[in-house]
Every structure is written in structure tokens, then in C-alpha cells.
Design a protein around this ligand. Structure first.
Ligand SMILES: Cc1cc2nc3c(=O)[nH]c(=O)nc-3n(C[C@H](O)[C@H](O)[C@H](O)COP(=O)(O)O)c2cc1C
Length: 387
């Protein structure tokens, strides 16, 4: 696959992986680890490597793409092992090659490979340029998007931005994603990059000064058309702006009564014309619930009272939101409890540490099964959330 006349794709698809980064379920569509070759008139650059299980396949694709040329540089934008596992093998195979990376990336290479390639390396920083003859790579610092050593690079002659894990997406490239780009890119963003909104904003500002026609991420498809759409989403996501109006309802229930309340609220909201997404935190993909909470402007947390506190899945969910800097949203509380309901109080306390969270006035309390009182509370909450 060619990105431009001078840039080829040499990445791999992974359909064996179950959990990406140890927690994100990608069994349905797999994952891609992207690597590219930039052919300059004088020098050839390979960008990044792939996961350890695919290094041989990557080297095979690379050799085919090189068509007899030898690579002069291996540019390392990001040292996470799913992109860096093949560095040492590459350097053995191509003894004339030089590694190009940030100073911090070389420290990480020493930690992973026992060598920082002294004598065979070029350290780059913001604004450094690598000349390839009729082409060049200019480096753009992207610290903490989402590791500290990350750099993007830009090829002005081809208007190509190599964006490391930025603009990444779950899913291998040999399967069509029926949901389009945004759904799995959003789950990826809020799971993996979401905490670092400020850093993403900083690099987006730099990117705004570049004339870009292709964004080449380390996971997912190369983005070549309608770039304003992708940049607009990244701008909304990284500034913690809700992407749209809607209510995410996340519930934890053992015997089904809290679920009944959550579903009754969903129905009441839908009757009022609201978009609603409901998640069972024990059974649905929690990363999708997190994604949905960030996508929409309102969130309902519904939990049983569990040993004087909240259910473990709800606790994990709220902590995950907090860890990802959840903010600027309205949150409503639904609780159940048979002898001393406490869940709403506990959840309210957990929300206190988050920025700009407005807690809805109406709280729903279910004491056993839904009754007239709790049904009335559900209607009142639906009214409040639909204002
Ligand atoms: C392990 C366990 C611990 C519970 N702890 C409390 C509690 O501390 N206070 C309380 O009022 N109810 C407590 N309950 C009762 C639940 O809140 C009650 O069963 C509730 O209806 C469960 O809602 P559900 O039907 O959605 O699972 C507990 C229930 C279980 C199963």
C-alpha cells in the first residue's frame, strides 16, 4: 500500500490479540501496528517497528517494499513495545542504519535492549530536520501523547504527518469497520490518550501550522480525506467538550432492581426525545461506557448500595473516569439499598474531586423493587435531565 509515490505502508495486522494494552477488548476486529517507509532521493527512512510477535512479518514486508534499497534511518516516534519490539533486530539486519529518536526514547532503548545505540544514533528534538535528498522529516515534540518520549514528524514535500499513537484506532486494516472511524477511534482515544488532553491540545496547535494531506498513525487507517473532521473530533475530545447531546446511563445491579430503574429512566428520557446509551458495568465493555460518558454531555450513575458503599464495578468506572480527567458534564445519581441506601452519597463524594461536574438535584432511591415513589423520582429526574 502506498500513501504517496514516495511513502509506503509496511505495517502488520494482528488478529490473535484479545486485550490491547492488557485491557481493551479487540477480539472482534483485531489491531494494526503501522510502520512506513519514506523514500528520499538520497536516503531511505523506516518509521517505527511492530509488536514482538510480528517482527519477522514486518521485516519481510519491509524488504519487499525496499525493492533492493537499504534503509539509512529507523525513526522511532514512540517506544511502547507494540511499536518498538523490532528495533534491535532491525539494527542487526541493517548494520549501516542509524536510529533517530528523542533523547528520552534512547534511554528507553537502553532499558529494553541493553543498548542506546551510541555511535549509531541521531538525537532529535522539536524542530530538528532529517534530510533525505528531495524529502525531509521535521520533528514535532508530542510529549505525553501518551508517553513522555513521543515525537511526531512531518514530511513537508508530501504533506504527511506521522502522528505516533495520535489519531490511532482499534481494528486491523484488513477488515472493514462497519461503524466507521469515529467509534473505535473514540474508545481508543478516551481509553489510552484521554488523560492527556492538554498535551494533545498543544500538539494540535502545532499541527494547525502545517499543511497536512495525510495523517499516518501507528494504529488504524491512514487519514487522507476530510481531515478537518478528524482534527475537529480530536479538538473536541482533547478539550473535554461533549461531542454531542445525550445521556449515558451506567448501572451496577445484582438482582435487577437497579437495572429496572436504569431502564425505566432510559425509557422516560427517550420519550422526552433524548439520545440514551445504557451500559451494564459488569457485562458490557467498560471502555465503551467510558467512551460514551465522554461523548455525551450527561451521565447517570446507578448503583446498588453494597456493604455501605457502591458496587465494585461502579467504583472502578468512577475511578477510571477520574483518572481520565472526566469533567464539564452533568451527572445524575440513582441508588438502591434495602436497609440503609448509601450509594448516592458515596458516588457524590467520588465526583467531588472532578472538575466542573454539576450533580442533578433529583436523586432516585430504590428500596427493594420500583414503587410509586421511585417511579415518580425517575420521572422527575428525566424532566430535569431533559431541560
Ligand atoms: C452483598 C450485598 C451487600 C449489600 N449491602 C447493602 C448495604 O450496605 N445497605 C443496603 O441498604 N443494602 C445493601 N444491600 C442490598 C441491596 O442494595 C439490595 O439488594 C438492592 O435491591 C440490590 O439491587 P439490585 O436488585 O439492583 O441488585 C446489599 C446487597 C448485597 C447483595
Amino acid at each position: 500500500m502506498n500513501i504517496t509515490d514516495n511513502i509506503a505502508y509496511v505495517g502488520v495486522n494482528d488478529h490473535d490479540i484479545d486485550l490491547f494494552e492488557g485491557q481493551y477488548d479487540v477480539r472482534k476486529n483485531g489491531m494494526s501496528y503501522n510502520s512506513y517507509v519514506v523514500f528520499g532521493s538520497e536516503k531511505v527512512v523506516v518509521t517505527d517497528s511492530v509488536d514482538a510477535r510480528f517482527v519477522d512479518e514486518w521485516l519481510g514486508s519491509l524488504e519487499a517494499a525496499l525493492a533492493g534499497r537499504t534503509p539509512d534511518y529507523l525513526v522511532v516516534h514512540h517506544m511502547e513495545p507494540d511499536h518498538s519490539a523490532g528495533i534491535a533486530t532491525f539494527m542487526e539486519r541493517y548494520p549501516q542504519a542509524t536510529v533517530v529518536a528523542s533523547a528520552m526514547a534512547f534511554k528507553m532503548m537502553a532499558a529494553y535492549f541493553g543498548t542506546d545505540f551510541a555511535g549509531r544514533r541521531v538525537i532529535v528534538k522539536e524542530g530538528s530536520t532529517l534530510e533525505l535528498g528531495d524529502r525531509s522529516l521535521t520533528f514535532v515534540g508530542a510529549p505525553n501523547v501518551h508517553w513522555p518520549e513521543v515525537m511526531f514528524s512531518y514530511v513537508p514535500e508530501d504533506k504527511v504527518l506521522f502522528s505516533a499513537d495520535g489519531f490511532g484506532k482499534f481494528g486491523a486494516l484488513d477488515v472493514e469497520d462497519p461503524e466507521g472511524w469515529a467509534c473505535e477511534a473514540r474508545r481508543y482515544y478516551f481509553g489510552i490518550v484521554g488523560k492527556f488532553g492538554k498535551n494533545v491540545q498543544a500538539v494540535l496547535k502545532k499541527a494547525a501550522g502545517l499543511d497536512i494531506e495525510h495523517i499516518c498513525p501507528l494504529h488504524g487507517p491512514v487519514l487522507s480525506e476530510n481531515l478537518g473532521y478528524y482534527l475537529g473530533l480530536y479538538n473536541a475530545w482533547s478539550s473535554y467538550e461533549p461531542e454531542g447531546e445525550g445521556v449515558t446511563i451506567a448501572y451496577s445491579s445484582v438482582y435487577g432492581h437497579t437495572r429496572d430503574a436504569a431502564l425505566a429512566l432510559a425509557e422516560a428520557l427517550e420519550k422526552r426525545g433524548q439520545t440514551v446509551a445504557v451500559f451494564d458495568l459488569a457485562r458490557d465493555d467498560m471502555a465503551e461506557a467510558v467512551e460514551s460518558a465522554f461523548q455525551y454531555d450527561r451521565l447517570v450513575l446507578a448503583s446498588i448500595t453494597y456493604a455501605g458503599g457502591i458496587f465494585p464495578h461502579m467504583s472502578t468506572f468512577i475511578h477510571t473516569l477520574a483518572e481520565h480527567a472526566y469533567q464539564r458534564r452533568t451527572v445524575a445519581l440513582v441508588e438502591s439499598g434495602t436497609w440503609a441506601p448509601m450509594a448516592a452519597k458515596v458516588m457524590r463524594g467520588e465526583l467531588e474531586g472532578m472538575k466542573d461536574i454539576a450533580v442533578a438535584e433529583n436523586v432516585v432511591t430504590v428500596r427493594g423493587a420500583l414503587d410509586d415513589a421511585s417511579r415518580a423520582q425517575i420521572e422527575a429526574l428525566a424532566d430535569e435531565l431533559s431541560k
